[in-house]
Design a protein around this ligand. Structure first.
Ligand code: AMP
Length: 413
């Protein structure tokens, strides 16, 4: 997103909105983890609650809508948002009335009878097939409920769904505080970063992050590659990697990314030493091996697998991080769920956290297992920004335009 778009979005934030007595459709992501009908983590509700409360306090009539699970266009009671209403009420300190369908005469009547500061929660948007189809008629039915649209669901913004984009084009559209905060942090990290810009990308496979890697080598000054995906890069360079996780059919792509990095002036940092084990299990017997040696006796055996980066790699990665003014992190450096193979992930996460605290490093992390990897290291709160949006964060790292964000810039005002 260009700085022009970002400043246009900033002018579309809800603190600029004259909200008194206006019916506001508030698209949230209330897709919280549930077990046996109980909510196991209210983080998403609490985070969205901030914008909802802000609007209600300004005298708006707030109509909250969200998806929940994958009911595939049908009413599925186990995926009802009804149990969320109480949790939302608790979070914002106001009553929340639940409406059992997100469109239709009941929803319209309730919306029209709201008083200033009232908050209602609509039933799961995905109970209607039109939501995931991005259907214009479904969006028009939602638009009948409200006068203003607010999107605070960055984590869903890679979806072309009716409540994310078609609806935004039917009403004056605004970004909620979570959406605005996320976009500002992401823009600072990749659109107009303070350089040098270093990215650390780990995780299981090259194939799931091919577009991320291809985009990053065009943008960053150094790219640290770790985790299982580094094995494919090593194999492409002729290193025998035993029974490590690898995508042998992706070695050409890995080689092409390395080549392109060279042309674009991006240095790729790959492991030059690794931690090997014969079992994918916590506490498995392991050894560290330098890959610089050409001694046959010291090669990786056929039944050994690479489960983490070694100490020399950690030091080289730290040195690269020390050159950076901005750092983007996605994915673990090794099999971090299994001690001791969390060592590289933990050491580097702590190093980034320390540099962020003491050196003003701008550190942005997100996507997939990254949040739980940073939790393992106990440093989630020390990064400049940690995005909890999985798919949307990755698509942003791929340089893609997110439909939910584009629609905010192309609204009906
Ligand atoms: P991703 O969702 O692509 O970020 O991948 C995260 C997963 O990659 C985690 O479950 C890690 O355990 C796994 N992983 C990272 N490094 C390795 C490795 N060297 N071998 C096997 N799995 C790994």
């Amino acid at each position: 997103m260009s700085s022009l778009s970002l400043s246009r979005l900033q002018s579309r934030q809800i603190d600029r909105l004259g909200a008194v007595s206006r019916r506001v459709f508030f698209r949230a992501d209330l897709n919280v983890p549930m077990m046996d009908g109980g909510i196991t983590d209210t983080t998403r509700i609490d985070r969205c609650g901030e914008g909802i409360r802000m609007l209600a306090e300004k005298g708006a009539r707030v109509i909250v809508a969200s998806h929940f699970g994958r009911p595939r266009g049908k009413r599925v009671e186990a995926m009802s948002l009804a149990p969320i209403a109480d949790a939302l009420a608790k979070s914002i300190g106001r009553p929340v009335r639940f409406v059992s369908d997100c469109i239709g005469s009941e929803a319209e009547n309730v919306a029209l009878s709201m008083a200033d500061g009232d908050v209602i929660l609509l039933e799961n948007l995905r109970f209607h097939p039109g939501e995931e189809q991005g259907d214009a008629d479904f969006a028009a039915s939602l638009a009948r409920l409200a006068e203003i649209y607010v999107n605070d669901a960055f984590s869903t913004s890679h979806r072309n769904h009716a409540s994310m984009q078609a609806l935004a084009r039917l009403l004056p559209a605004y970004a909620g505080p979570l959406m605005a905060g996320e976009l500002a942090a992401l823009a600072a990290a990749l659109e107009e970063p303070q350089r040098p810009l270093v990215a650390l990308v780990g995780g299981a496979k090259v194939s799931t992050k091919l577009d991320v890697l291809s985009h990053l080598v065009e943008k960053v000054d150094s790219l640290i590659v770790g985790g299982g995906m580094a094995n494919t890069f090593l194999l492409a360079r002729g290193v025998a990697i035993g029974s490590s996780l690898v995508e042998a059919d992706m070695t050409d792509k890995a080689a092409a990314i390395s080549r392109r990095a060279g042309e674009a002036g991006c240095s790729i940092i790959l492991p030059d030493d690794v931690v090997l084990a014969r079992e994918f299990a916590a506490g498995a017997a392991c050894r560290t091996l330098s890959l610089n040696t050409t001694e046959k006796a010291d090669a990786i055996s056929d039944d050994e697998m690479i489960l983490d980066a070694g100490p020399s790699t950690i030091e080289r990665a730290k040195a690269a991080i020390d050159t950076a003014r901005t750092l983007i992190w996605n994915g673990p450096m090794g099999a971090f769920e299994l001690e001791p193979f969390d060592a590289a992930t933990v050491a580097l996460a702590r190093h980034v956290a320390e540099r962020t605290r003491t050196n003003g490093l701008i550190s942005v992390a997100g996507g997939g297992d990254t949040v739980s990897a940073l939790n393992t290291a106990g440093v989630e709160g020390d990064f400049h920004y940690v995005s909890t949006a999985g798919g949307a964060f990755l698509e942003w790292m791929e340089g893609k335009t997110l439909p939910g964000v584009a629609a905010l810039l192309d609204d009906a005002s």
